[in-house]
Structures are given as structure tokens and as C-alpha cells.
Ligand binder design. Structure first.
Ligand SMILES: [Zn+2]
Length: 230
């Protein structure tokens, strides 16, 4: 999210048919014979990129996160990282309280939502699976390639960004980077403000990037140790 809401609607709406529709269409044309097509399609369907992996209701991608589903209008179902490689984490600030951010992401009229919201006390809520393309960056290719993390608070209030929030968010980002092999640096962990074409300013000048990256690296190193108990 961020300061400006007017531009929140992303360019994803025109992508609803998606790659799966195109791939299946092409496959049917290639196979030709209808009877064979039906049989083959039943078999091949599951091997195509863009076909959903089995999902368990309420499952989360980050251990300890609480699941609260966003409105399906605020994301696009996908099959990442098979259909879209994930190589960015985008840091946002909600410009409001935690509860109002959750409500906004549950509202189909909002047109935007991030995968995660980190509360002031460091608690992590997941609202969209990392498999799916969340409409958070206002840029289709950046939505497709990234995981979006909102932080409760305001860009112009340094007090929004607590120690607990930095720590909780850093553990989350470290886990995402480990999962997809994303380098822990400022080229790959970016603010919404750095998304091409954006008019948003979050996370703003009070967000302590050197500290955040230090914490992400430390969290990554801790969980990579052979006998880590975290
Ligand atoms: Zn934002």
C-alpha cells in the first residue's frame, strides 16, 4: 500500500484468462483428435505449468503465520514459482492500523492486497499464498515476480517501526529468500517506492534498510545452521 491509494488498482485484471487458458488451448489444438485429446488432456493437465498444486485450506507458507484469506478479487491464482520465478521481496507500509489493512485486503473493492502483514508486535498474518500473484506493487511483472509484505504503521512516523516488527519481518523475508534462492541485498529486497512506475512512497525514510538487511542475514544464517531450533 502506501500513501497514495488512487493508483492501487494494478494492471492484473486483464490477465484473468492467464497462461493456463493459453496453454490448454494450444494443447487441444496440437493433439487434434477429440477422443485422444480428452484422454491425453486428463493426463497432461497436471504436468503443465500454471496448474494449481494441491492446497490445504488455511495452510501458510511461513511457520507461525496466522492465515486470514484476502478477497480473491485482490490477487490472481497462479502456480509460482513454476509459472513465474520469484526474485523480489517488496516492503510496504500500510498507512493505517493492522485491522484496517486486514479489512481492506478482504474487501473485493479494494483491488489490492499483499501476501503478508506484519503487525507492530512482530506477529505475521498471511492473506495470500506465495503460489499466487498478489496485487500489491501496482506493476504486473513486479507482482508476478515478488512476495509483498505490508508493515503496520505510517511512513512519516518513525515510531511505527518497532524492534519486534523488524525482527518478525526479517525472519519472514529470510525464509522467503531461502525458499526461492533470492539474494539478500537491496537489489532484491526493495521498497514499494522502488517499483518501476510507482507513485507510492512506502516504506519511507524512517525504514532502516541497513538494519533490516542485517537482521534478514542474521535470521537466514540462524535457520541455515544444522542444529537450528528456530
Ligand atoms: Zn505499498
Amino acid at each position: 500500500m502506501g500513501e497514495k491509494r488512487a493508483g492501487a488498482k494494478s494492471g492484473d485484471a486483464d490477465q484473468r484468462i492467464g497462461r493456463r487458458g493459453l496453454l490448454i488451448g494450444g494443447l487441444v489444438a496440437a493433439v487434434g483428435c477429440a477422443a485422444v485429446a480428452r484422454r491425453e488432456l486428463g493426463h497432461l493437465w497436471w504436468r503443465l505449468p500454471g496448474v494449481e498444486k494441491p492446497r490445504v485450506a488455511g495452510a501458510v507458507d511461513f511457520r507461525g503465520a496466522r492465515w486470514v484469506a484476502a478477497s480473491p478479487a485482490n490477487y490472481r491464482r497462479a502456480d509460482r514459482p513454476d509459472d513465474y520465478a520469484i526474485d523480489r521481496v517488496v516492503v510496504h507500509v500500510t498507512q493505517g492500523g493492522f485491522d484496517s489493512a486486514v479489512k481492506a485486503f478482504q474487501d473485493p473493492r479494494h483491488g489490492a492486497a499483499a501476501h503478508y502483514i506484519v503487525r507492530k508486535d512482530g506477529h505475521v498474518t498471511q492473506m495470500i499464498r506465495e503460489l499466487d500473484v498478489a496485487f500489491h506493487a501496482g506493476n504486473r511483472s513486479y507482482n508476478e515476480r515478488s512476495v509483498g509484505i505490508e508493515h503496520e504503521g505510517f511512513v512519516d512516523r518513525a515510531s511505527s517501526f518497532t524492534d519486534a516488527m523488524y525482527a518478525g519481518s526479517a525472519r519472514l523475508t529470510a525464509a522467503i529468500c531461502a525458499r526461492y534462492g533470492i539474494p539478500v541485498d537491496r537489489a532484491h529486497i526493495i521498497g514499494h517506492v522502488e517499483v518501476p512506475g510507482t507513485d507510492h512512497t512506502d516504506p519511507g525514510l524512517h525504514w532502516d534498510w541497513p538494519r533490516y538487511l542485517r537482521l534478514v542475514r542474521a535470521a537466514g544464517a540462524a535457520s541455515a545452521r544444522p542444529h537450528a531450533t528456530a
